[in-house]
Design a protein around this ligand. Structure first.
Ligand code: EPZ
Length: 427
C-alpha cells in the first residue's frame, strides 16, 4: 500500500496542464461499442477508471491499441460478448454505461451492480426506467443487472430526478432505436454534451444536449470517428481551490473556462482572483478568504464533486460558512479528517456549518472517496508541517499524475510505501 507524504505551508506557484475529463471518458469509451468500426479517442486521462473501461472493452472482444499516452484506437467490429465481467464492473460506478451501449447495439447486456465511491445509496432506477420505456426488459438477480430488448423503439422519458448517468445511458440506448426519443428533466453537465457530440460524430442524431430536453432520432447504423475528450472541469476546479487555499498563483492550462463558471463564481466570492483566457485560467489570492453559502445542484449549479474541496477552503475562511449537499446523502465523510486538522465543522444531515479557523494543522489522514481524498491533499498542502494520507487509490481513480503535477507547482509531496499492518508484519 502507498501513502502521500505532504509537507505543507508553501504557496503553489507555476503552471499545470489539466487532463481529459474522467466523467466524459468513462462514457465515451463504452459508446464506441455502438459502431462496428474503429474509433480514435484523444486526450483520454491516464487514470484507473479509464483503465477499467479499456479492460472491459477488451474483455468484450474489442481491439484496443494505445497510439500515445492519451490516445487510443478502439476497434469494436467483432465483439464476442454482451456480458461485462463481474470483477471489472464492480470496480467503478461507470460500468453501467456498458448496459446502454450493449443494449443499443445488440439488444442485450449484463453488468454486475456497479461499485464506485460510497456517497450513499446509488440507485439505477432512472436508468432502468429509460431502458424500459424504449422497450427493454430488465431483471436484477444475484447482483447482476440484465437488460434485453431486440428492437428498441423511440420513447418519451421524463426523469423523476436529474441524473447524469441515467441521461447518458438513455442516450446510448436510444441512438440506434426506431424513431424519436425525447428525454426530459435531463442532466446538463459538460460531459453530457461531450457524449452527444461524440455520438453525432459517429453518425447519430442527438439534439438539445446541455438543455432541459434532449431529442434523439434513431439511425440505422453508426461509424467510427476521431474525437478528443473535453478537459476535466473537476480536476481544474481542484487545482483552482489548491491555488486559492495556499495563497499561490497558478496558471491552469487545457481547460474550458465556461465549464468552470460555477466554480469561478464561488472562488471570486471567497476572495480569490480568477483570470480567464481561451483555454486557461489563472488563480491567485492576496487577501483573506471570506465565508460563503453553497448548495450543490445539477449543472449549471455548483457541482457536488467540488463540495469537499470547498469545504476545505472554507474551513479557514474568516467567518461562518454553510454548505448544503443537494445531490448525495453521504458526502461529508472528509469532515472527520478535517476535524483532526483543527477544523471546526458541524454536520447535520445534508448541511455542514463551518466556523473558519486561523489555520489547519498537519495530521495522519485517510481518504474515503475520490473527491474527499483530493480535498485532504489540498488541506495538507496548506497545513504547516508534514501530513500523511492513506487510501490514495481512491484519489488515483480520478486524478492523473497528481503528485507530479503538484511537484511541478512547488509542492513538497511524494509517495511512500506504508508499513504493512502489524498482522502482516507478524507473519
Ligand atoms: C455522476 O454520478 C458522476 N460520476 C459523479 O461523480 C457525480 O457526483 C454525479 O454524476 C453528479 O454530478 C460519473 O459520471 C462516473 P447521478 P452518477 O445519477 O451518474 C440519484 C466523481 O467524483 N439517482 O447524477 O452516479 C442519485 O442517488 C463522481 O467523479 C437516482 O435516484 O450520479 C443521486 O442522488 C462521484 N436514480 C442523484 O440522482 C438513478 O437511477 C444524482 O446521481 C440515478 C441517480
Amino acid at each position: 500500500m502507498e501513502k502521500f507524504v505532504i509537507r505543507g505551508g508553501k504557496p503553489l506557484m507555476g503552471e499545470v496542464t489539466i487532463s481529459g475529463a474522467k466523467n466524459a471518458a468513462v462514457a465515451l469509451l463504452p459508446a464506441t461499442i455502438l459502431a462496428a468500426d474503429k474509433c480514435v479517442l484523444e486526450n483520454v486521462p491516464d487514470i484507473h477508471d479509464v483503465a477499467v473501461s479499456l479492460q472491459t472493452l477488451a474483455a468484450l472482444g474489442a481491439q484496443v491499441r494505445l497510439l500515445d499516452k492519451h490516445t487510443y484506437e478502439i476497434d469494436t467490429t467483432c465483439l464476442t460478448s454482451t456480458q461485462v465481467p463481474d470483477d471489472l464492473s464492480r470496480q467503478m460506478r461507470a460500468s453501467y454505461y456498458f448496459l446502454g451501449a450493449l443494449l443499443g447495439r445488440f439488444g442485450s447486456a449484463q453488468v454486475a451492480m456497479p461499485g464506485g465511491c460510497n456517497l450513499g445509496p446509488r440507485p439505477i432506477d432512472q436508468h432502468l426506467k429509460a431502458f424500459s420505456a424504449l422497450g427493454a426488459a430488465d431483471s436484477v438477480e444475484y447482483g447482476m443487472i440484465k437488460v434485453e430488448g431486440k428492437q428498441l423503439k423511440g420513447a418519451h422519458v421524463f426523469f423523476d430526478t436529474v441524473s447524469v448517468g441515467a441521461t447518458m445511458n438513455a442516450m446510448l440506448a436510444a441512438v440506434l432505436a426506431d424513431g424519436l426519443t425525447v428525454l426530459e428533466n435531463v442532466a446538463k453537465e459538460p460531459h453530457v454534451v461531450d457524449l452527444a457530440n461524440f455520438l453525432n460524430m459517429m453518425g447519430a442524431d442527438v439534439r438539445g444536449a446541455g438543455t432541459d430536453v434532449i431529442k434523439i432520432r434513431g439511425v440505422e447504423k453508426m461509424h467510427g470517428c476521431c474525437y478528443s475528450v473535453i478537459p476535466d472541469q473537476i480536476e481544474a476546479g481542484s487545482f483552482m481551490v489548491a491555488a486559492a487555499m495556499t495563497a499561490g498563483n497558478v496558471l491552469i492550462k487545457n481547460v474550458t473556462p465556461k465549464h468552470l463558471e460555477p466554480i469561478t463564481a464561488k472562488l471570486e466570492l471567497a476572495g480569490a482572483t480568477v483570470e480567464e483566457f481561451d483555454d486557461a485560467v489563472r488563480v491567485y489570492r492576496t487577501g483573506d478568504l471570506m465565508p460563503l453559502k453553497i448548495k450543490t445542484m445539477p449543472h449549471p449549479g455548483f457541482p457536488t464533486d467540488m463540495q469537499p474541496l470547498m469545504g476545505v477552503l472554507l474551513s479557514v475562511a474568516h467567518g461562518t460558512s454553510i454548505i448544503t449537499e443537494g445531490i448525495w446523502e453521504n458526502r461529508f465523510r472528509y469532515v472527520d479528517e478535517l476535524t483532526r486538522m483543527g477544523a471546526n465543522i458541524q454536520v447535520d444531515g445534508q448541511v455542514a456549518v463551518i466556523e473558519g479557523v486561523p489555520e489547519l494543522l498537519p495530521a495522519p489522514l485517510r481518504a474515503s472517496d475520490l473527491r474527499a481524498g483530493a480535498a485532504l491533499v489540498v488541506a495538507a498542502l496548506a497545513a504547516q508541517g508534514t501530513s500523511e494520507i492513506t487510501g490514495i487509490g481512491y484519489i488515483e481513480r480520478g486524478y492523473e499524475n497528481l503528485v507530479e503535477k503538484l511537484q511541478g507547482l512547488g509542492a513538497d509531496i511524494h509517495r511512500e510505501e506504508t508499513a504493512a499492518p502489524a498482522a502482516e508484519q507478524a507473519m
